[in-house]
Write a protein of this length. Structure first.
Length: 201
């Protein structure tokens, strides 16, 4: 099975058939897709000017989409490296039981669905790397009461998500499933009661 870097080389290789280059970009999303496969593909295609079903997009647009994906992947891999080092230090210091951030991180290892968007057409519009930087910043500070990506205070608890966890607070502004570790206990408690949550800062 080809890895991310091998697939990325095929996307860039002008000797490859255009269909293969497009297919290779789609396969990259099986290795790294912050919003989930379908929503990340919709994001890249809309940002770089080719249709999600376009079978022969301009090669330059495919490469630009790959560049954005690679920048975001670099941001996430750096975070994962730092996170793993921090956990090793915690274990050395006798902290064997990980916190809620570690539990969430275990479900998103590798970067798939870290800012899950259950609706493929409703996702943040900013560059992927910027979205991940905002999310990482929120994971590394005290919990808050708003979406870490867009700042919206309107979160709605939803069930039956096509993701693990299958329920949680979804930002009605940018569409992401907000990681529970970035929210205050009050916000999470209100959300679990099943009512829409209007969070104020």
């Amino acid at each position: 099975m080809a890895g991310f870097r091998s697939l990325a080389r095929q996307v860039r290789d002008p000797r490859c058939d255009l269909a293969l280059r497009r297919y290779s970009l789609r396969k990259c999303l099986e290795r790294f897709a912050p919003y989930g496969h379908r929503a990340t593909w919709d994001h890249l295609s809309s940002r770089w000017g080719f249709g999600p079903e376009d079978r022969s997009p301009e090669p330059a647009r495919l490469v630009a989409a790959l560049d954005e994906l690679e920048q975001a992947r670099s941001v996430w891999l750096a975070y994962e490296t730092a996170f793993a080092a921090r956990r090793r230090e915690e274990k050395r210091d006798g902290l064997r039981r990980p916190g809620s951030t570690a539990d969430w991180h275990r479900l998103t290892w590798g970067g798939f669905g870290v800012a899950w968007c259950d609706d493929p057409a409703h996702h943040p519009r900013d560059p992927l790397a910027e979205v991940l930087r905002r999310l990482i910043t929120a994971l590394e500070r005290e919990p808050g009461s708003a979406c870490p990506v867009c700042g919206s205070e309107r979160l709605e608890w939803r069930y039956g998500l096509d993701h693990e966890p299958s329920s949680g607070p979804v930002c009605t502004g940018c569409g992401i499933l907000v990681p529970r570790p970035v929210l205050t206990p009050q916000a999470s408690t209100a959300g679990r009661r099943g009512a829409p949550v209007l969070l104020s800062a």
